[in-house]
Design a protein around this ligand. Structure first.
Ligand code: ADP
Length: 251
């Protein structure tokens, strides 16, 4: 009986490993597919916006105001689709490259994100405050950069109308893992959407209210998972949000 049970356990383990391998292969195939489709969509899209632009410029005097308005709409839609494709490509590329693990000071990662967000900081009169003694983590600098750039960018974007965004970065190290918390004083997120926002293309607002592609947090989750960490949010509508990024390898 005991021998039978051992055999049965081995068989189940083998099946689980096989299934995992199959799922990983299917996932890789899907990522490759997403990458090549997005890549191939770029050229025809550029033709659409390029030729629309030419017609608009060359025949400007002959076109009615209504026709010019429609051409304008085509250009806006094509521009939006281009941004979506760019973001999808960036998302797909993250899964294609091998990790490069280094010791990365988190203060440097935050500083670089702050520099890249300087125009938005000036436009919103926002602030990002981070302690000077943030730890270093053992991780991939590109993925870490993408994580914090996206989370900080959102913290500046989803601010309450007329209220400058105040973003605070804090960090706790416990048992070799560090949890970075990015808090904002923005519009907040209803509880029923706390998981959904990490999925690709999931947005809670219209382009008119807050422009975006809905890929940022999916990218954050993908990067955090690739580094062996977790990400989650705590938030109440009107009371701001706190994004928790737990990473292994605190140095
Ligand atoms: P995008 O910002 O391009 O829409 P994201 O994937 O980064 O895409 O975010 C998904 C959605 O989550 C956003 O559209 C927004 O509704 C919500 N969100 C993200 N970060 C915040 C935040 N700090 N405060 C409020 N809402 C947020």
């Amino acid at each position: 009986m005991k021998r039978f049970r051992t055999l049965w356990r081995r068989e189940s383990e083998w099946r689980a490993t096989e299934r995992m391998r199959e799922l990983e292969a299917a996932n890789r195939e899907l990522q490759e597919f997403a990458y090549s489709v997005s890549h191939d969509l770029r050229a025809p899209l550029r033709s659409i916006s390029g030729f629309t632009e030419i017609i608009r410029r060359r025949y400007h005097g002959e076109l009615s105001g209504e026709a010019l308005h429609y051409f304008e709409n085509i250009l806006v839609a094509a521009g939006r689709m281009e941004r979506l494709i760019e973001d999808l490509l960036r998302y797909a590329r993250l899964g294609r490259r091998a990790l490069i693990i280094k010791t990365v000071p988190l203060a440097k990662v935050i500083e670089e994100a702050r520099e890249r967000l300087s125009a938005k900081l000036a436009a919103t009169r926002g602030t990002i405050v981070a302690p000077s003694d943030l730890p270093s983590v053992s991780g991939d600098p590109t993925l870490l950069g993408a994580i914090f750039l996206n989370v900080l960018d959102n913290a500046l974007t989803y601010h309450r109308p007329g209220v400058p965004p105040e973003v605070l970065v804090t960090c706790q190290v416990r048992g070799g893992r560090c949890t970075v918390v990015v808090s904002d004083n923005g519009i907040g997120i209803p509880e029923e959407h706390h998981q959904k926002i990490f999925r690709v293309f999931q947005r809670l607002h219209t382009q008119e209210d807050y422009p975006g592609t809905g890929i940022g947090l999916a990218m954050v989750e993908k990067c955090v998972k690739a580094l062996g960490g977790r990400v989650w949010v705590e938030s109440r509508v009107g009371e701001g949000s706190r994004f928790f990024i737990e990473l292994p390898g605190a140095v």
